[in-house]
Write a protein that binds this ligand. Sequence first.
Ligand code: PXL
Length: 281
Amino acid sequence: MKRIITLQDISCVGRCSITVALPILSAMGVECGILPTAVLSTHTMFKTFTCKDLTDQIEPISDAWEKEGITFDGIYTGYLASGDQCHQVCQFFDRFGTGDNLILVDPAMADNGKLYAAFDNAFPSEMAKVCAKADIILPNITEACLLTGIPYRTEYGPDYIRSLMEKLLELGCKTAVLTGVSYQPGQLGVAYLDRSGKEFSYFTRRCPQSFHGTGDLYSSTVLGGLMRGMDLGDALALAADFVVICIEATAASKSARWYGVEFESQIPRLCEMVEERLKNV
Ligand code: PXL
């Protein structure tokens, strides 16, 4: 069984980061270790929240793992609590990245043209350094703009998406995935460009509702697919289909916008989807 380590926060309530990564990766048949980078009462979209930064734990925990000879098939980062933490995470990559294992970075810091509440304008350039060391990065369009300096647009065509991905590759990562891409009102999807020039895109129907935490659900599912041996395109498509299924299952719930998508009821479906798709690998 593949073992990954995820470095992101524990938001105690509200289905995001580690409380999404753990169940999803477990359901997909991947061992998921955690390095909590902060503990929050909820994610930062709630009006009131607490945050205990755990940056000072990254180094001693890493020391202990190194002494024990612990290794990882994948390293996955999501929401990071500060610029200083980004620096520590880069050092973690240097220690536990082998060249053979996969470093996947979801630069979770912004959406809909805006940085999340807890960050200042200096944060994206620190996150860009984390992205530089990744094999795969998965920003949404807002995050891609903040990482590259390209102005954010809500109306665009394939040339804009291509130029964002090219600029993202210039950061140093091997493959740039862009999420939340849409060329037609009823559809939403994902695109990637890698250093060899390979391009890919995949679209699903756009759900009218938007829920918090779907980015984390998406990235966790992508990583699960990759760890189970799918190629990137298949893993991106699986994750897109699964997020749509979860959103549809959640749409009836009024509180869901803040509490995230109700993916739990769809875990059996995820297991089936993984098995179906692995038959074709
Ligand atoms: O889902 C991204 C995320 C993760 N963790 C925390 C957040 C957010 C988005 O707002 O606030 C703490």
